[in-house]
Design a protein around this ligand. Structure first.
Ligand SMILES: [Zn+2]
Length: 285
């Protein structure tokens, strides 16, 4: 037990911030200057969304989620300091070609939902969107543990075709394991919402501090309730095949400033999928 705790503290200490990757679906760490110049944290916005700001080694960093759904080559951060000065900072973002995946789903109602399900889907999207933008006034722990054990069955960012129809890119990391395999909170968290949703099945949404959130979908059972506070390692539910799925797996999504980003940047390298997403630019070398 003691050994486990020591290992845990080493991996946590090594990841005070997520890994930076200025690509679509990645995370930008933007140095905003010394805390000696500005002792109080600024309020930073990207478009209308509040951005997470943390003090690391006496430096303010904006920790910005970069959209894969609405990819931009450049974003502008609005920085309002507490002495009433403000500035804008632009960040260049590189393009990333993610791999494609083609799947077939036999239940046509789950692909093109019948009209009577539309209201439900819109209602649930609003609930998920609200939880995704949840702001918690505490410093987040960016060092996540893997939430479950299993095989990485689909990586983040894959351009998806369902029954040959192009869909939104995959904005999560899938981990396949038998139904009933426990799912753990990857860090300290507040349960923001839970529900049984049309697409994502039994779902748990967690807030980890500032604008950092995470989502767990297709669960066979949910073991937590809205408003509960979880410690790293607490069981929140179990792997299942509820919602729109082809088999039992966890769809794990991590959000920053209301954008689902690649969860790998919050994991230590040894916990990440080994099979790197296809990168044609690198393949040529
Ligand atoms: Zn998924």
């Amino acid at each position: 037990m003691l050994r486990l705790l020591i290992l845990l503290s080493i991996s946590t200490a090594a990841m005070a911030l997520p890994e930076e990757s200025r690509i679509h679906g990645g995370v930008a760490l933007v140095n905003l200057g010394s805390t000696l110049v500005h002792p109080k944290a600024p309020y930073v916005k990207l478009a209308k969304r509040r951005v997470t700001v943390v003090n690391e080694d006496d430096t303010w960093f904006a920790v910005v989620g970069l959209s894969v759904l609405k990819p931009k080559n450049k974003i502008e951060l609005n920085i309002a300091w507490q002495d009433n000065t403000s500035e804008t900072r632009s960040v260049d973002i590189a393009n990333k070609k993610y791999a494609e995946s083609h799947i077939t789903i036999a239940n046509k109602n789950k692909v093109n939902p019948p009209k009577q399900d539309w209201d439900r889907i819109i209602r649930e999207n609003k609930r998920i969107g609200k939880a995704k933008r949840y702001w918690l006034d505490s410093k987040p722990d960016f060092a996540f543990d893997l939430p479950t054990t299993g095989r990485f069955s689909s990586l983040y960012g894959k351009k998806r075709f369902i029954n040959t129809i192009p869909k939104n890119p995959h904005r999560g990391l899938d981990i396949a394991a038998p139904t009933g395999t426990p799912i753990y909170s990857p860090a300290k968290a507040l349960v923001v919402d839970t529900g049984d949703f049309f697409y994502t099945g039994n779902t748990v949404l967690l807030a980890h501090g500032a604008g950092l959130v995470s989502m767990y979908s297709h669960l066979s059972r949910i073991d937590v309730k809205k408003g509960m506070e979880l410690e790293r390692g607490d069981v929140l539910g179990a792997i299942g095949a509820t919602g729109r799925v082809t088999g039992p797996h966890l769809h794990w999504a991590v959000g920053l400033n209301g954008t689902w980003v690649d969860p790998i940047y919050f994991l230590t390298p040894e916990n990440r999928p080994k099979e790197k997403a296809e990168d044609p630019a690198k393949k040529k070398n």
